[in-house]
Design a protein around this ligand. Structure first.
Ligand SMILES: C[S@@+](CC[C@H](N)C(=O)[O-])C[C@H]1O[C@@H](n2cnc3c(N)ncnc32)[C@H](O)[C@@H]1O
Length: 223
């Protein structure tokens, strides 16, 4: 079973590289291996390809941790993009962005890009208010939701932030696939609902879709 899964994974990566060139896969591998992205290569590379097509001018990321995915958005966004990171540090569990993480992302930005950080719970109205202030009237082109993975938490993020995405922009969620080892990850009910609510406007990338597969998965909605 493992061998079949490995072959399918290799063929997905090869197909993505044939379609979009090697850059998204390379970028995803570097983000995971060197910059602490908590992602699977093919899934992240598939999303990077979508974001690169969109070339967003305004990116909002909920859940930055070491900055692995944020670097990918900076590398694929417009040369003068505004990137906003929202993160709630949780040092007791070794989670959350540290000042050094954002410093390193800042160094990796393209010269005319700007990074704004909001440290706080994404569920609080003041966090959203701070974001709206930073956006100064701009709408969001790409929203990445990878913060609190509880069902109530991810629903709250969707309710508070998806409305800031412009029509034609994209919102993506991480961990749409169940993981028996992480029962607290409960993004699937919202993802099922979004697929019903946005027919023909969603895509999903799930690497571990075999029986007994272990979670992750990225869902994308074009708004
Ligand atoms: C899975 S990690 C993000 C990984 C990152 N996107 C990557 O792959 O490079 C989740 C992050 O969300 C943060 N987080 C959890 N709950 C949050 C909340 N309510 N508001 C903001 N950030 C939150 C955690 O501290 C952690 O840094």
């Amino acid at each position: 079973m493992n061998m079949i899964h490995n072959l399918r994974r290799a063929s997905r990566v090869a197909a993505l590289m044939a379609r979009n060139g090697p850059a998204p896969v390379r970028m995803a591998r570097t983000a995971i291996r060197e910059h602490g992205a908590m992602q699977r290569t093919w899934e992240l590379a598939s999303l990077i390809s979508r974001v690169a097509e969109l070339r967003p001018g305004v990116v909002v990321e909920i859940g930055t941790h070491r900055g692995g995915t944020l670097r990918c958005w900076a590398a694929t966004a417009a040369a003068d993009a505004l990137l906003v990171s929202i993160d709630l540090p949780n040092p007791a569990e070794g989670m959350g962005t540290r000042p050094d993480d954002l410093l390193a992302v800042r160094r990796a930005l393209q010269p005319a890009q700007t990074l704004a950080e909001v440290t706080g719970d994404s569920h609080l109205p003041e966090t959203r208010d701070r974001l709206v202030e930073i956006l100064a009237g701009q709408s969001v082109d790409f929203l990445w939701i990878d913060g609190d993975h509880s069902e109530a938490g991810v629903r709250q993020d969707w309710a508070l932030y998806s409305g800031l995405v412009r029509p034609g922009g994209i919102a993506a969620l991480h961990d749409i696939h169940p993981n028996p080892e992480l029962p607290g990850n409960q993004v699937q009910p919202l993802w099922r609902e979004l697929k019903r609510r946005h027919p023909g406007k969603t895509a999903q990338f799930i690497d571990q879709d075999q029986a007994g597969g272990r979670g992750c998965g990225i869902g994308v909605v074009r708004l």
